[in-house]
Design a protein around this ligand. Structure first.
Ligand code: SF4
Length: 365
């Protein structure tokens, strides 16, 4: 196979742009080049599909129409709008960045290099914002673009190493017109998302198929990485209701590495083996809850499970009905924040998709 550096990709620029002009999807953040909208969309689209992000984007922009509005909002309001999207650190860092800009009286910077200095903006996001909002001629190498490039070049090295990424980014830039870098990058991303898909790419509709060296065996590229098997983690989670059918929840500390400031249910982590569901096991959960949260608990054997996967972990939540003996003061004062949350109050409390699934399964909420 000939070497990737022998293929000139620049002839693909015009074909790619005219295809994009005809075929681009109507997405709410593309309707104008508002840099703030592009920033929000790029942060949301990290780890999230376009179709999932779209409704969140619209309600987020409605709630916080400008960077100043986002900066002025309380983090709880921001997290509540992000609830369900996952990777909540993204929202916290964007909020921090908005505050930093507003305090310094600055606009969003215009170059990738300066953008990278803001919290939550890595090289990929910086390049996307700088090129789409400010027409800087830099390459945006997301997963879609990486796949397109690996196929075009029939690149059979591991695409994730630093030298590979540098090479692919440089080659991607050959396909991006210096006159319209924002559209050029979006065209490449769009091509990967809609035509050069991971399975069954539509090569007959591809505007750069004439250049493509890998199309006859497209699904072979990029060469697969060895996947780490997700680690199984079992947790017992307690649905503890008061006499008004409100559920007891705790707010995680702001300093938590994971899900900081989000509301969660009282729980005990068992580790990688499932708890044995006998009355004695439920008693052990009650003991552990008392140790963690204080108070005196009674816990019924688990009757339902919810499974949820996050990066590298396959979580199984064993749902228990639980009772906390009054008085509650000791428990309510022990943690950063505790509350009895009613079904109608859920939207005011930012919580992960896993917690929402558990409330739905266990309480029908
Ligand atoms: Fe992808 Fe096929 Fe286009 Fe090559 S020809 S870039 S494999 S869609």
């Amino acid at each position: 196979m000939s070497k990737p550096e022998t293929l000139d990709l620049t002839p693909g620029q015009d074909a790619l742009l005219s295809w994009y002009d005809r075929q681009k999807r109507d997405l709410p953040w593309r309707r104008d080049r508002n840099p703030y909208y592009i920033w929000v969309s790029e942060i949301m689209l990290q780890q999230t599909q376009v179709a999932t992000a779209k409704p969140y984007f619209e309600t987020f922009i409605q709630a916080f129409p400008t960077i100043a509005d986002l900066a002025a909002a309380d983090i709880d309001q921001v997290l509540a709008r992000w609830s369900g999207l996952g990777y909540y650190r993204r929202a916290r860092l964007m909020h921090d960045a908005a505050r930093r800009l507003t305090e310094d009286g600055k606009q969003l910077p215009r170059t990738a290099q300066e953008l990278e200095e803001l919290p939550g903006i890595g090289p990929y996001t910086a390049a996307a914002i700088a090129s789409i909002a400010f027409e800087q001629h830099v390459a945006v190498l997301d997963g879609n673009v990486e796949r397109v490039l690996c196929r075009l070049l029939a690149y059979d090295e591991n695409a994730k190493t630093a030298p590979s990424r540098r090479l692919l980014a440089a080659r991607a830039l050959e396909l991006v017109s210096a006159e319209r870098p924002g559209d050029g990058n979006q065209a490449l991303m769009e091509l990967g998302a809609t035509i050069c898909r991971p399975k069954s790419p539509k090569c007959l509709l591809c505007p750069v198929s004439d250049l493509c060296r890998g199309k006859s065996e497209a699904e072979r590229f990029p060469v697969p990485r060895k996947r780490r098997r997700p680690r199984a983690v079992h947790l017992s989670v307690a649905l503890t209701l008061d006499s008004d059918r409100r559920v007891l929840m705790f707010r995680r500390a702001e300093s938590s590495d994971l899900l900081a400031g989000m509301w969660e249910l009282p729980h005990h982590v068992h580790g990688d083996t499932p708890p044995v569901d006998l009355p004695d096991a439920a008693k052990e959960v009650a003991r552990q809850l008392a140790k963690t949260y204080g108070g005196s608990w009674s816990v019924a054997p688990s009757e339902a499970q919810v499974k949820h996967s996050i990066t590298h972990r396959a979580l199984t939540f064993h749902i228990h009905s639980a009772r906390l003996e009054p008085p509650f003061d000791q428990v309510m004062q022990r943690r950063t924040e505790a509350a009895w949350v009613g079904r109608d109050d859920l939207d005011r409390h930012a919580m992960s998709s896993a917690v929402r699934k558990i409330l739905k399964r266990g309480l029908g909420w």
